[in-house]
Design a protein around this ligand. Sequence first.
Ligand code: C5P
Length: 214
Amino acid sequence: MIAIDGPSGAGKGTLARTVAERLGYTHVDTGAMYRAVAWKALEEGVPLDNDGLVANLASRARYQQQADGTITIDGHDVTKAIRTPEMDKAAASVARLPKVRAVLVGQQQDMGKDGAVVMEGRDIGTVVFPKADLKLYIDASAEERARRRAADPTHTASNMTNVQYDMAARDKSDSTRQVGALSKADDAVYIDTTSMPIEQVVHHVLMLITDKLE
Ligand code: C5P
């Protein structure tokens, strides 16, 4: 189990996907799970602040992440629909709810139980898999993270000012919530990717993995 945490736009997604591909591991994007649950709640008219109802919906939903990156929930392909500024906010709302987190953390522990998994999120090394073989905390400056998010072709975004403003609000929500708050595990390796091209980050991480797993 390789646990990758950090704020949005730091480069976790590309890193996790590439490392999983190279190792032949399964890639699990836990942020997409919070997004898919928020999408489903909006679709069913469930209030995004109702912990019991959203948790119930999350425990009943069939969530799938395919190798090509397609995300489905109860058979609906939501790959594109969950990557909009509105869904950034909706996902961060449901992620504040303790019962919802308990349901999704349980599902994530199940998905990772065979070990050959690269899992990315906010609380993987601290809560979901505190005994992961390797923990990484991927960071970058706020300006660089906003720039990457604005340039991300898989994500609808408005102008840079809005991206930066929304990201700051989400960072605050993610780091100050009562459960599963974004924080670096004491034993996680901290990598600042602000001025590192992704290939260099991948290379560095593959070296760390070789050292750790051999
Ligand atoms: O990583 P991504 O930006 O897609 O995550 C969407 C939202 O889901 C985040 O803002 C965060 O609030 C939440 N999240 C979480 N715990 C995780 C992964 C994501 O709370 N493990």
